[in-house]
Ligand binder design. Structure first.
Ligand SMILES: *[C@@H]1O[C@H](CO)[C@@H](O)[C@H](O)[C@H]1NC(C)=O
Ligand SMILES: *[C@@H]1O[C@H](CO)[C@@H](O)[C@H](O)[C@H]1NC(C)=O
Ligand SMILES: *[C@@H]1O[C@H](CO)[C@@H](O)[C@H](O)[C@H]1NC(C)=O
Length: 471
């Protein structure tokens, strides 16, 4: 069971979550959309439905468990216009590598520098101009249109704390304006936003995805207090009622490690203090406040969920604490030994091992979302459809996912990947309240955009070919 793993195993698994380990191979970022003109139309709040021609997103109702959280659809509070009903289930993607750079995702922007992360990039010559160009061109409105057309109803948007407070750091500001532009696109297109403070003061994990690779220094008194202050500012801004029709939630911390200089107790006690403080800063009391599980699994957090649900501390409305867990099968060494059949069995087992069962009594206190996962595994597929672990094979026609360009994938590798992806979604349908692929743009099988373009997955989210794999 995930939550019962020994510290040593968890630490070993976690090492592999560093950027290096997440980088299976180098490949330029997939097609940049180019027609961005920087203009967008803010449409009146009374017409926040899908624009004509857009399909309805796949289920604001969960297909199997209508309204599983018992969430009450809420009406307007203090505004005259009707507010869109909050979704019962989130079908989403991350907009990763955008407002926080990760070299393995966008190597091009790092060219000609020795920078390894946002922190070092921001200190290189010409960084401000390069960042501005990246922010204006990497994600454009067309990407959000494509997300919606495929059937998604939500986007998780990572951003660093420094966008709101860069005092004493070399970080360049300006990302918040781009977050706000994306929120407007989401509103216009009918997508919900989970904005995610992905980089915390001092670095919560020492991974480059925090902005600063190296050591985690988040759990000092100063950094924890600063973390809460910045989150309160973000909650005051995006938790305003004027955003209640588009901003679904705020994630407080992404992937804080539970080893080295961090410990889970500190993470959890901070969470119990920060949640009411952040919530109090948000005018929209329906705003979900999300916390990552520190790689320890939801079962380690049910106590926190219950404490926060039973102790609203003066905050109106139902508890809105949501736990985020990340379920990858391309990081840990043990996963690199699996055939695709074994990967699928492991994904199905997540329902019992790594997620809280949809119907468990702790659910009301703490819904779980899978804020990151990937269709990518390190497997090779033989022409007969059988698969083997790794990145090398010798049968004529055999292809390995992590070293063959996705544009050249043949049917066996595509089908094996699709089966795994659909098994993941099946597990999440039954054990979570939503999911977000990492990421819309990314190298090879990491990029949802690539998987759709190359026909590795269905033309629509609800076009599933391998049903009931987990039964
Ligand atoms: C990168 O590092 C190398 C080795 O220290 C150095 O020679 C080079 O000038 C650096 N490049 C830049 C752009 O700073
Ligand atoms: C965490 O808290 C529990 C219970 O309060 C305690 O038993 C445990 O020793 C603490 N662990 C650390 C690492 O502080
Ligand atoms: C909850 O789900 C489990 C596993 O899916 C099932 O065995 C059990 O009967 C369910 N319990 C209730 C009360 O629905």
């Amino acid at each position: 069971m995930y939550g019962l793993r020994s510290a040593a195993i968890v630490a070993a698994t976690l090492l592999s979550c560093s950027v290096q380990a997440r980088l299976p191979y180098q490949q330029g970022p997939p097609g940049y959309a180019s027609d961005h003109d920087g203009h967008y139309q803010k449409i009146p709040s009374s017409t926040h439905n899908s624009p004509s021609g857009m399909p309805q997103p796949y289920g604001y109702e969960h297909p199997k468990y209508p309204n599983p959280t018992g969430a009450v659809p809420y009406g307007p509070t203090g505004t005259a216009s009707p507010i869109r009903r909050r979704p019962n289930y989130l079908y989403g993607t991350n907009a990763g590598g955008h407002l926080i750079l990760e070299k393995w995702m966008t190597p091009d922007i790092f060219e000609g520098t020795n920078a390894t992360d946002q922190y070092t990039f921001d200190q290189t010559d010409g960084a401000t101009a390069k960042l501005k160009k990246h922010w204006e061109s990497y994600y454009t409105r067309d990407d959000f249109v494509a997300m919606r057309q495929w059937g998604l109803n939500a986007v998780r948007i990572p951003i660093g704390f420094w966008a709101y407070d860069n005092a004493g750091t070399p970080y360049i500001q300006g990302a918040d304006a781009h977050l706000e532009r994306m929120i407007e696109w989401c509103r216009e297109l009918g997508l919900w936003v989970l904005f995610d403070c992905h980089g915390s003061p001092g670095s919560q994990n020492g991974f480059d995805n925090s902005g600063h690779a190296g050591e985690a220094h988040w759990q000092t008194d100063d950094n924890l207090a600063r973390s809460t202050r910045v989150l309160r500012a973000m909650a005051a801004k995006y938790g305003a009622m004027k955003y209640a029709d588009v901003v679904w939630g705020l994630q407080m911390v992404n992937e804080p490690i539970s080893w080295d200089s961090n410990n889970l107790n500190t993470t959890q006690s901070w969470t119990e203090r920060a949640y009411p403080a952040v919530r109090a800063a948000a005018e929209n009391k329906q705003l979900s406040i999300v916390m990552h599980d520190g790689f320890m699994g939801p079962s380690q957090w049910t106590g926190v969920g219950r404490a926060l649900a039973s102790s609203p501390r003066g905050n109106r409305g139902p508890a809105r604490f949501v736990l985020d867990t990340h379920l990858y099968q391309n990081q840990a060494q043990e996963d690199k030994q699996l055939t695709q059949r074994e990967h699928i069995a492991k994904a199905c087992a997540w329902r019992r091992t790594d997620l809280l069962p949809q119907n468990s009594s702790s659910l009301a206190a703490m819904p779980v979302i899978v804020g990151e996962f990937s269709a990518a595994t390190d497997v090779c597929a033989n022409p007969d459809g059988s698969t083997l672990a790794g990145s090398a094979c010798y049968i004529d026609g055999c292809q390995c996912a992590n070293n063959v360009d996705i544009g050249d994938w043949q049917k066996p590798l595509k089908e094996a990947t699709r089966m795994f992806f659909e098994a993941e979604l099946e597990a999440f349908d039954q054990g979570a309240q939503g999911w977000f692929v990492w990421s819309w743009k990314g190298p090879g099988g990491w990029g949802m955009e690539n998987l759709i373009r190359e026909g590795v997955v269905g033309k629509q989210l609800n076009d599933r070919k391998y049903k009931d794999q987990c039964d």
